[in-house]
Design a binder for this molecule. Structure first.
Ligand code: PLP
Length: 471
């Protein structure tokens, strides 16, 4: 493709992208297709001969688009959002045009220095202590694994990196509501799933710090070495807030690494009125949140903050001759701050987003989303046919339909969800709370407005009425 063709096609694509943003709300959120429907339309082998860009773009529209789940739709209320903003999409265009591989300072000095500064901005925006140093990672899963590996090396004086595991048995702690990425990280870091303690939660689905303290003490008495406690500001099911302050205290007492997983809810700390959630976070050792979830920066972009960056770098550093540079003593070579060597220029999109929205613009959106969560929670509480299943500190609402025989409630709630999701008008998912099938809606989409939430609630009531007659 020559540059003039590139210019022409890029303009076509940008027009298509702008149309998509304008119309996505009218598209079915979930595609109405069966497994294999897309695969069977794709050729078995790669084309021998070059194809025209027009042919490729046509197939994108005809074959690929019908199988897309529209995360961009404000009617997407499933999981946690992977939200974005137009400024972030434009920055991604520049990132891929530059193709910078930001493994060391020399391979893109602007990328390294912008990352350093943007992470200072974010630290201030969230009200975190300046004892934290930030680095951008691809996902919260990677950041949490980095925290576990650093904690492991720190507690063993970097001996596992050198000699591998010996007889010493380590333990890791999190609540029973923690995200699956933590369990995965425990396995990958070599601790063994049986050394992972899932501490029970209270009636608000937050970790019981008294049980954490007892479990740690028993483990120490039994000869284990506790390595890390992972707490959550905003669990995946219900956005429960663990007692960060008490957990930090316990960790300090026993010299255990405290890692705070705020993958989704971390963005809400831009609001001073919500900083109560993070009380004690400045006494922790590391903190992670995903701008790619709720800070309008498209996937992937994770902000990881650590108190002891020297320990982090010592855990990962390996300097082959071909990566040495004359400025290594003066600069941050971020390849040593995480697992992969290669790194995208993610700081660029964060910089675009923060500047284009301003801190006030981000705060305004987050405030609106939280207000919508509270609004739906109130509707549910006031409705005789529904029950709120968990507190709503932010914008994720867990509830269920209850006007039917108890033994049919799980099935009916599942049917309500499936009927609505199949309609394409809304997409949300379920969770299980106290062993009960629970409807769960999260309101973090960039373009979400009050009427989307009102429509969602009306639809749920409408479909539930049918099931009430059936019950
Ligand atoms: N932690 C929590 C609380 C989450 O909700 C999620 C994802 O939803 C993760 C971690 C994992 O995030 P990532 O996909 O960035 O690894």
């Amino acid at each position: 493709m020559n540059t003039s063709d590139f210019r022409k096609h890029a303009h076509e694509l940008v027009d298509w992208m702008a149309d998509y943003f304008e119309n996505v709300e009218d598209l079915p959120v979930l595609p109405d297709i069966k497994p294999g429907d897309i695969l069977k339309q794709l050729p078995n082998s790669a084309p021998e001969k070059a194809e025209s860009f027009d042919a490729i773009f046509k197939d994108f529209k005809d074959v690929i688009m019908p199988g897309i789940t529209h995360w961009e739709s404000p009617n997407f209320m499933a999981y946690f959002p992977a939200n974005k903003s137009k400024a972030s999409v434009l920055a991604e265009m520049l990132m891929s045009t530059l193709g910078s591989q930001c493994m060391i300072w020399l391979t893109s000095p602007s990328a390294a220095e912008l990352e350093e500064q943007v992470m200072i901005w974010i630290r201030e925006m969230l009200g975190l202590s300046d004892e934290y140093t930030g680095v951008i990672q691809d996902t919260a899963s990677t950041a949490t694994l980095s925290a576990l590996l650093t904690a492991r090396e720190k507690v063993t004086n970097f001996s596992i990196n050198k000699e591998g595991f010996n007889e010493q048995k380590f333990t890791v702690y999190a609540s029973s509501e923690i995200h699956s990425s933590i369990e995965k990280a425990v396995k990958i870091a070599g601790f063994g799933a049986s050394q992972f303690r899932q501490v029970s939660v209270d009636e608000n689905f937050a970790m019981r710090s008294d049980i954490l303290a007892e479990t740690i003490e028993k483990d120490i008495a039994d000869g284990f070495t506790p390595v890390c406690v992972i707490s959550a500001i905003g669990t995946t099911s219900t956005t429960a807030i663990d007692p960060i302050s008490k957990i930090s205290e316990i960790c300090k007492k026993h010299k255990i690494w405290h890692h705070v997983d705020a993958a989704y809810a971390g963005t809400a700390l831009v609001l001073p009125e919500l900083r109560w959630m993070a009380e004690g976070v400045d006494d922790a050792d590391s903190f992670v949140f995903n701008p790619h979830k709720w800070m309008f920066t498209n996937f992937d972009c994770t902000a990881y903050f650590v108190k002891d960056p020297v320990a982090l770098v010592n855990t990962f550093t390996i300097t082959p001759d071909y990566l040495k540079t004359s400025v290594d003593e003066e600069v941050k070579n971020y390849r040593d701050w995480g697992i992969p060597l290669g790194r995208r220029f993610r700081a660029l999109k964060l910089w675009f987003v923060i500047r284009e929205m301003g801190v006030e613009g981000i705060q305004k959106k987050i405030r609106e989303h939280v207000a919508l969560g509270k609004w739906l929670a109130k509707q549910v509480i006031d409705h005789p046919d529904f029950e709120l299943m968990a507190p709503v500190p932010l914008n994720t609402v867990c509830f269920r339909f209850t006007s039917a025989k108890e033994d049919r409630l799980d099935d009916i709630n599942e049917q309500i969800m499936n009927t609505i999701n199949k309609s394409g008008r809304l997409f949300f998912t379920q969770t299980k709370l106290l062993d009960q099938f629970t409807l769960r809606l999260a309101f973090g989409n960039t373009n979400l407005e009050a009427y989307h939430v009102e429509n969602a609630w009306n639809l749920i009531q409408e479909v539930s009425k049918i099931h009430k007659q059936d019950a």
